[in-house]
Design a protein around this ligand. Structure first.
Ligand SMILES: NC(=O)C1=CN([C@@H]2O[C@H](COP(=O)(O)OP(=O)(O)OC[C@H]3O[C@@H](n4cnc5c(N)ncnc54)[C@H](OP(=O)(O)O)[C@@H]3O)[C@@H](O)[C@H]2O)C=CC1
Ligand SMILES: CC(=O)[C@@H](O)[C@H](O)COP(=O)(O)O
Length: 588
């Protein structure tokens, strides 16, 4: 009965006023009167939005639409009246100035009341108002596909992305959010957005007053601050972005408890656990997380040193973003999921097991519709006959050092999880840029972890410090091999200090030297570092790969030695410029 009621009311609410437009159109100057109604409403909305943003303080109707303010309502009213008066004059309508003012007032009030009614309908009808972090990524785009498929269930209030501004602007034009954020200067985006859409910070998108649910789908550490902002603003968080929980699980979950916020896992493994448990955690003896085994599950270990990023990005069952796909191939992703499960479900480590399950069937994803489950016709139905047999195998942890490292870091706690997350982010980026081999990912991560001085019971500041330190240490890992390479006649094509966009460079001989924007570490590119790289036959004798083992070792060790020298120079400089603390008299 209720559904019939809603359907009939919807048809009347939309159909009846629209039918009046047809009646109006048939009148003398009908088109002009319709224009007055439309443009007057548009001016009211725009005036309310900008006034509210600029000086809005006092809420107008917080239980219906928390984003609207009394100041905005006044600004909208004045803008509506002014617009209708100007239009009436310009379109030469048969009304006096006072009559056009009254007409403007009616349009402005009706427009704002209509807005509130719409908000009330959305609230009553349980429309979820989403802020999507990482909207241009794999999970973000899938989330928007769901919004497209179920427009009556969701509205989009905010979108946040990194650097893909074309797609972000396209999404904003389609979904008309109130706010967007990105990692580029606001002016590079603002002109391609709809007029009422503002560029704000990621935290502002996540805590937008009109949003009730935040889909956290940015990658790596980028999501940490926005997720905390969402929790503190008491939004429900649908969590795909696992790294913030890995880095700072005790802080994220502690804040969620303190603010009474639900964290709904989107990542398929914790989501499956969550759906099985449904709040019942008593007498749980074991949780099993499945691992696909990643892109190289059928490769021999001795083949892994030469695999390319393109091969590593071929996940056997999923199409996902680049970082998680590489993490899946190293099984760092599985280690992170164990840490994530430990925090999300408050489980002791010994109750979480991982098994290899090549078919990746034992998973689920339904956080957006929580607490309901909704069938999505766009997805293929599970067919057990077509799927065939499901297999489960023990995980060979020797084969996947990253899994072991993640678990060790998780169990040690302190700032180690933040360090492994940061070092892994850098290592994966370096591998994707072909600066290190696939097998160097665990070497780099282990080396950075081994150099870390942990802080126990870390606060957010300690975690951010550890993150920054680990990133620098990870970037420095590749630098400093140039001199030795040249000494052996290898062809070094680039030697840069720093990472990211090039600030300044010059070419001398066959090598480009320069400085990049992010002042941490550096790198050298030597021809033939990747055994599969194509090199013209006449240059083969100058490749890294063609050199005897001792020469390669010297080049590698020279990099390490350079780090010592840089560290020594930095400490010496600090001693000279700042001095050293003198022990004072002992106090009793
Ligand atoms: N893909 C999947 O199926 C699954 C993913 N996850 C997790 O979900 C998260 C997202 O994964 P996925 O969608 O694959 O990743 P993608 O790489 O496809 O997308 C990442 C998103 O984050 C944005 N982003 C990157 N850097 C920043 C930054 N500094 N500030 C703000 N936004 C940024 C990107 O923006 P832009 O592209 O504009 O630069 C993009 O929108 C990860 O933590 C992953 O582990 C979990 C389970 C499954
Ligand atoms: C789709 C999803 O949620 C990923 O976490 C996926 O499960 C990765 O699987 P593997 O790490 O087992 O390859």
């Amino acid at each position: 009965m209720r559904d019939y009621g809603y359907t009939t009311a919807g048809a009347i609410y939309l159909g009846w006023p629209l039918s009046l437009a047809l009646v109006l159109r048939a009148e003398v100057q009908g088109l002009e009167w319709i224009l007055i109604a439309l443009l007057g409403t548009f001016a009211t909305d725009t005036g309310a939005f900008f006034t509210g943003r600029a000086i809005g303080r006092r809420p107008l109707a917080p239980s219906i639409s928390p984003g609207k303010t009394q100041e905005g309502a006044v600004g909208g009213f004045l803008a509506g009246v002014a617009a209708v008066m100007a239009l009436a004059f310009w379109l030469d309508l048969p009304v006096s100035v006072p009559e056009s003012a009254v007409l403007g007032a009616l349009v402005a009030v009706a427009g704002q009341v209509g807005d509130l009614v719409e908000s009330k309908i959305k609230r009553t009808g349980n429309v979820k108002r989403l802020a999507i972090l990482g909207s241009t990524g794999s999970i973000g785009r899938q989330t928007l596909d769901i919004v497209r498929a179920f427009p009556e269930e969701f509205s989009v209030v905010g979108l946040s992305a990194g650097h893909n501004l074309d797609l972000l602007a396209e999404q904003a034009r389609e979904f008309q959010p109130e706010a967007v954020s990105c990692e580029e200067p606001p002016e590079s985006l603002a002109s391609s957005l709809p007029p009422a859409c503002q560029v704000v910070s990621h935290e502002d998108v996540a805590s937008h007053p009109d949003a009730d649910t935040v889909m956290a789908a940015s990658v790596g550490k980028a999501g940490l601050a926005p997720i905390l902002a969402a929790i503190r603003a008491q939004k429900t968080v649908a969590l795909a972005n696992k790294e913030p929980v890995v880095m700072a699980g005790h802080i994220v979950m502690g804040e969620a408890r303190r603010h009474g916020v639900d964290i709904l896992p989107v990542d398929s493994e914790p989501s499956a656990i969550w759906q099985c448990l449904r709040g019942e955690q008593k007498d749980l003896s074991r949780v099993v997380i499945t691992a696909s085994g990643g892109a190289f599950r059928n490769r021999r270990r001795d083949e892994l040193a030469t695999v390319t990023p393109e091969e590593a990005l071929q996940h056997p069952t999923w199409s996902m973003g680049r970082k998680i796909t590489i993490d899946s191939a190293t099984l760092m992703n599985k280690g992170f999921e164990v840490i994530e499960a430990r925090w999300l479900f408050d489980l002791p480590w010994e109750k979480i097991d991982v098994v290899v399950h090549h078919q990746s069937i034992i998973h689920a994803m339904c956080a957006l519709f929580y607490p309901q489950r909704v069938e999505n016709g766009a997805l293929p139905r599970f067919n057990p006959v077509e799927t065939g047999s499901l297999t489960f195998e023990a995980l060979d942890t020797d084969r996947y050092p990253c899994f072991r490292l993640a678990l060790e870091a998780g169990k040690k706690g302190a700032t180690y999880p933040a360090v492994i997350s940061a070092a892994d982010e850098v290592a994966v980026a370096l591998f994707l840029e072909r600066r290190i081999a696939f097998t160097s990912i665990p070497d780099l991560v282990e080396d950075v972890l081994s150099k870390h001085t942990p802080v126990s019971n870390p606060g957010l500041e300690d975690i951010l410090d550890a993150d920054g330190w680990a990133r620098e240490a990870a970037r420095a890992w590749t630098g400093g091999h140039l001199v030795a390479a040249k000494a052996f006649g290898m062809k070094a094509t680039k030697y840069f200090l720093g990472f990211g966009p090039t600030l300044w460079s010059f070419k001398r001989g066959e090598t480009e030297y320069g400085v990049k924007a992010i002042p941490a570490g550096g790198f050298v590119s030597i021809v033939g570092m990747n055994p599969l790289e194509y090199v013209p036959p006449e240059e083969e004798h100058r490749t890294y790969r063609g050199r005897p083992f001792y020469q390669k070792s010297v080049v590698v060790m020279a990099g390490v030695g350079t780090h010592f020298i840089i560290a020594f120079i930095l400490i010496w400089t600090a001693n000279v410029l700042i001095g050293r603390p003198r022990p004072g008299p002992a106090s009793a």
